[in-house]
Design a protein. Structure first.
Length: 311
């Protein structure tokens, strides 16, 4: 049943706009039914203090859930810290997935009925990946491993990601992930969209001096018609200060919530994942319509893949 205030809007608009407005109004009402509360946890992290960081993650997950959040996102390397100077230094905080930390987060996700995306350093054999784990009430779905590595922090020492653009089907939407520097490559967001993602999650550690937070989240949202949840950290680690400005952006590019530069906080916003599937944008019916997915011309984009036959 639609909420009373929505039904009241329905009656008012039907009276003033006539029957021709009903299809648009029904679409609006259906959209309201699919809304869910999402959260981005902007937090400080202590390098090499995995148990402390895990405790903070679990506390903030409880807080977000108590405020009604169903999808909760944490920063890049939220479990471990980021500014490692040697690969060996990170060894005490690296773990497999599933592993002790993700199992504790899983227990909380089951109890709270939340989907959680959290950044960590993942061990696979003798390799270390900068990863994000996707954890639902039903289990640990897997990890996304950062595909593009800058010369910064732990990324000097991690392996290149080997899982190309997975999309995780969760009870709270189909989720694709770009970790920090990944979102500087527009191909990443576009491929995730084509693979069926409804929400692009960006766990990140943007340092001060990066301007990525100013433009990338709304641009990725707009060009791919995807909701974007960008979750940055704050604080200082080994001479680097982090930029904050976590944000939640809807699939039109509108910022629904944005944090400041220094505060630990939890951002909340209502999003409807299914709206991302409706790619056709209608500004004026029959006069101004476009679809940034259907109107692509992949046959002339060969240069993006380095193809020799590109013109």
């Amino acid at each position: 049943m639609f909420p009373l205030e929505i039904r009241a809007v329905h009656r008012e608009r039907r009276a003033t706009m006539g029957c021709k407005a009903l299809p648009m109004l029904i679409e609006y009402l259906i959209a309201q039914e699919g809304n869910m509360k999402s959260a981005a946890v902007q937090m400080d992290v202590r390098i090499l203090a995995k148990e402390y960081n895990l405790d903070q993650i679990l506390r903030r997950l409880e807080e977000a859930s108590s405020s009604g959040a169903e999808l909760v996102v944490f920063p890049e390397c939220a479990l471990t810290g980021y500014c490692f100077v040697r690969r060996e230094e990170a060894a005490p905080v690296v773990e497999e997935v599933p592993g002790p930390s993700t199992e504790k987060i899983l227990a909380a996700a089951k109890r709270l009925n939340c989907t959680v995306v959290v950044g960590l350093l993942e061990r696979d054999g003798d390799r270390i990946f900068n990863s994000a784990a996707v954890i639902t009430p039903q289990g640990i779905l897997g990890t996304y491993r950062k595909l593009h590595l800058p010369c910064l922090g732990i990324d000097w020492h991690t392996a290149l990601g080997d899982k190309a653009f997975p999309v995780f089907t969760t009870p709270h939407g189909r989720i694709g992930i770009s970790i920090c520097y990944d979102c500087s490559f527009p191909e990443s967001g576009r491929i995730l969209k084509l693979n069926g993602a409804q929400i692009l999650v960006i766990p990140t550690n943007w340092p001060l001096g990066s301007d990525t937070w100013q433009h990338t989240p709304p641009v990725r949202a707009t060009e791919n018609h995807l909701h974007v949840i960008a979750c940055d950290r704050v604080g200082e680690e080994r001479g680097f200060r982090f930029a904050g400005h976590s944000q939640i952006v809807d699939c039109t590019g509108a910022k629904l919530a944005e944090a400041g530069e220094t505060e630990e906080t939890i951002l909340y916003a209502e999003i409807d994942p299914t709206i991302s599937d409706r790619n056709r944008v209608i500004r004026q019916a029959g006069l101004w319509e476009f679809d940034r997915i259907a109107n692509r011309r992949p046959e002339i984009y060969g240069a993006l893949a380095g193809r020799s036959d590109a013109k």
